[in-house]
Design a protein. Sequence first.
Length: 337
Amino acid sequence: MSKTSFGPASSPNAVGSVDKNARMNALANAAFAREVRRKVTDVILPLNDNGTGPAFYCVHSITGAATDFCPMAKMLGPNQRFFGIQTPTNKRNAEFASSIETISRYYVDRLTSFQPEGNFILAGHSVGAVIALEMAQQLRARGREVSLVVVFDGELFNTGTEISSRNPLYWLKLILNVPRWIRDFLMVEFTFKSFCQTVLKKATAAGKTITAKISGRGLRSGHAVESFINLNNCTPDHAEFMKTLYEIQFAYVPKEYSGRVLVCVAKTQALTHLRQVEVAWRAAAPAAEVVHFKATHTSMMRPPGGLPIAEYLTRLIAQLDSQFDSAAVSRRANVGL
């Protein structure tokens, strides 16, 4: 598998790269069109169906949409097959999001139909990493091989490693994070207008939560999801799907995972929420490789923050591909004996 290049193509394969990039752009445009029309019907979304070696499957985050992964697919390059795992429009409701296990089972059924044989590389961003872990468990239980699980800054709960927000260490870590937050989040990701919009969104969500508690109308009148997503742009069913998906991640109890895991951790935390990614994944997957990248939770999935991650993944997948080839040669030699 060739190494991803982020500069202008200068090799004899340049024309082929242009053609492959055009194919990726066409796939992305078609995917975005289906999202806009709310006509997503398939779980597996091809973002790059060219290339060789093992396919890379990445599970959606809180919205259920996989179009967010278009930048990562492009950063991994035209030779890396990349498929998003998304929630079909008619499944974006609270009933479907009843548990992480239920969602994962539905996706695993579709994934094994899409790829009846061979090994898998699974990934997930944010809550998608939790789903990817459970999918890996279920695939292995069915006798399928999962070569790698990639975690894009996904939190994992109920591992017994969490630092409570009542612990002074929790707030000390957030205080130490403030300079990075100013440098990477406030100064880079935000204009003054978008910063004000975010502050207003979080304040509105907090106000709704307080009002709901006082009036006794319950949490769903004001929800944490509203602090980072404008639910006014969503259908009522889709809004309930996101709220429920957000909640069930806290109920999921991960079983120990013995497979290979790469945990990509964003060095820059949010201002008021400590993401305890590393300690949780080390508890659930003791053999996990944890790498910290200079990025935020969102910027790690697009350039420039995501470029070092894509380069690291390209090298790792190339190693896996080489191992697969060596194993195949060995099997053929044994058969010939």
